[in-house]
Write a protein that binds this ligand. Sequence first.
Ligand code: NAP
Length: 294
Amino acid sequence: MLILVVGATGHLGQHVVRQLVADGHTVRAMTRVPVRARAVVAAGAEVVVGDLRDAASLHDAVCGAEVVVSAAHSMLGTGKSSSAKVDDAGQCALIAAARHAGVSHFVFTSVLGAALTHPVDFWRTKAKVEQQLQVSGLAFTIVRPAAFMEMHAYELIGKAVASGKRVVIFGPGDNPRNYVAAADVASLVVHAVGDASLRGATIEVGGPENLTTRQVIAIFERVTGRRATVVSIPLPVLRAMAPLLAPLHGGVSRILRASVVGETTNQAFDPASFQGRFPVPLTRLENWARERLA
Ligand SMILES: NC(=O)c1ccc[n+]([C@@H]2O[C@H](COP(=O)([O-])OP(=O)(O)OC[C@H]3O[C@@H](n4cnc5c(N)ncnc54)[C@H](OP(=O)(O)O)[C@@H]3O)[C@@H](O)[C@H]2O)c1
């Protein structure tokens, strides 16, 4: 079975490619910049150059594919790579191309909490694309992951702790939220590709624990044996800066808004809603961090 993975070079996409190849599938990895696909080529994928903003490239990319997995986004993008152009118009163009090519299953990576009424546009966009997919006529599965450990626990926190740099956090850091390993989300995606009963399903996936930012810092302190110096940007500063930054950098403004929402609303995920229903063991952050930093 030929499977197109869009976003194949990202945190999630790389795991999806590796697991699909290991399962014996033929995988076509889409990227805008072929050199970024070196790791997935080494894993056994073929590469196609494509861009969600270029409909012609999408028609070529989906040609002959039985399944499309979309794991791309541009949450931080600006200008020509803005989220509106990539996450909204681009994903809708991919759905249209898949429909036109007769793709038999489309797996869309959304985000936990996606809703048309969400205070942050990225979550609204994901909900809009979910709806577009639901009425497209394609068989689909929607996966809504929590924040990836790779980005939100390691890149933004753990890396600074490990290298002795100051850890800058947005808000007080005491509201529990959920972190999931990208490899666990990939396992769910790959399971959904093979399980026909999940056609038409929307599946929320998070990690086994809800942790405050302070608890994430403490985990990386334990794992690295280093004390972190933490600088917290107060919520009123984030609230004031988000609209001021919007015309300068929509992506950073979005992150500030998301941080305020993340610190002031319920962000917990109930792992019991996932465990037992799917054959995917969920990785604890401390175990993930020990392996990452080994
Ligand atoms: N990161 C998280 O915490 C998180 C949480 C919940 C849901 N998600 C969702 O999970 C999916 C994967 O996220 P990720 O964090 O793994 O992504 P990532 O590491 O940030 O990588 C982004 C990917 O998107 C691709 N991309 C960006 N702009 C593109 C465009 N114009 N055309 C085609 N491809 C484009 C990039 O491909 P090239 O640069 O190779 O072209 C890259 O592979 C996304 O749908 C995201 O919204 C992520």
